[in-house]
Design a protein around this ligand. Structure first.
Ligand SMILES: [Zn+2]
Length: 303
């Protein structure tokens, strides 16, 4: 998340910003600052840390955890991440500088290479910062041109790929029907839990669509929602049939059964569909989100 504090730090250092973080070089090393509720994470990505260096860094950071007000940290082969907590007072800018100086000190002590070079070909000419979705990278001009072409091809393929609506729809219906069968059994033995468990049918409709190869597309959310609505109606109807059967009515009399039961069926159904409406909103936005292909573009200077 971008905040006034991280943006002001970025401006002071001539850094860049993506939709969620600020980043740039600090004393030769590449850092990404990300502000979250109650903490700021300082990440040094794209390093090349040998096992023994990782161990030493972990040891030294752990020893300074308190002084640096860290709530957590992690060190792996490629990156070091420190999370500075902001409990009662906000993290002052000078504390960010101190923490980054501490890291730069560790990196230079261990002779880690500066990161003022293209991360793909190591060229130091014509460097630029680029965002791929939320991720950031350093590239030279020619690497950017090459990667941009392959990104364009990938984007076209993603946009034009067959969405397999039919396969997805069949999968969604199949998995939903299995869910309905289980739900009816649950409803017979424990009607209270069943009314809440009904929302899981929405999840099954979505999983079934994916399992059978359906891809996110303009119509995918509508297919999943329609299948789910049908499954909810079938589930409630099956539960009504069971009730009628227990009272000695024939299944063919289903909707001519005792008015009280039919009314209860209608009330249950409206309740179920209202509950599922919330799930449909989630499915709708999830599918819209999945339709987005991450943008690849030059980073903007922090403003
Ligand atoms: Zn390059």
């Amino acid at each position: 998340m971008l905040t006034a504090r991280t943006k002001s730090f970025a401006k002071e250092n001539g850094w860049y910003q993506s939709s969620s973080a600020v980043f740039g070089l600090y004393k030769g090393y590449f850092f990404v600052l990300n502000s979250d509720y109650g903490s700021i994470s300082i990440a040094a990505p794209y390093l090349d840390l040998k096992q023994e260096v990782q161990q030493v860094l972990k040891h030294l950071i752990a020893g300074n955890k308190k002084t640096l007000h860290l709530s957590e940290f992690s060190v792996d082969e490629q990156r070091v991440i420190l999370v500075v907590k902001e409990r009662f007072t906000y993290t002052r800018k000078h504390h960010l500088y101190e923490t980054m100086d501490f890291l730069v000190g560790l990196f230079t002590q261990h002779n880690l290479a500066y990161e003022d070079r293209c991360l793909r070909c190591s060229s130091q000419n014509d460097l630029g910062y680029y965002c791929v979705g939320d991720a950031v990278t350093i590239l030279c001009g020619s690497c950017y041109s090459e990667l941009y072409e392959s990104w364009r091809a990938d984007k076209a393929e993603f946009t034009n790929q067959d969405k397999h609506y039919l396969k997805g729809g069949v999968g969604s219906a199949f998995v939903s029907l299995l869910g309905v069968a289980l739900w009816v059994v649950l409803a017979i033995y424990s009607p209270r839990i069943a009314s809440i468990a009904l929302v899981l049918l929405g999840f099954l409709a979505f999983k079934g669509y994916e399992l059978f190869g359906g891809k996110p597309g303009r119509f995918s959310a509508w297919i999943i929602i329609l299948v789910n609505a049908a499954a909810v109606i079938v589930a409630n109807y099956a539960y009504l049939l069971h009730g009628l059967y227990q009272r000695g009515h024939g299944i063919d009399l289903a909707l001519q059964g005792p008015p009280a039961m039919v009314n209860q069926f209608a009330v249950n159904l409206i309740g179920s569909l209202s509950l599922c409406f919330l799930v449909w909103v989630v499915i709708f936005f999830q599918q819209r989100q999945a339709l987005k292909f991450p943008e690849f573009k030059p980073a903007q200077l922090a403003t």
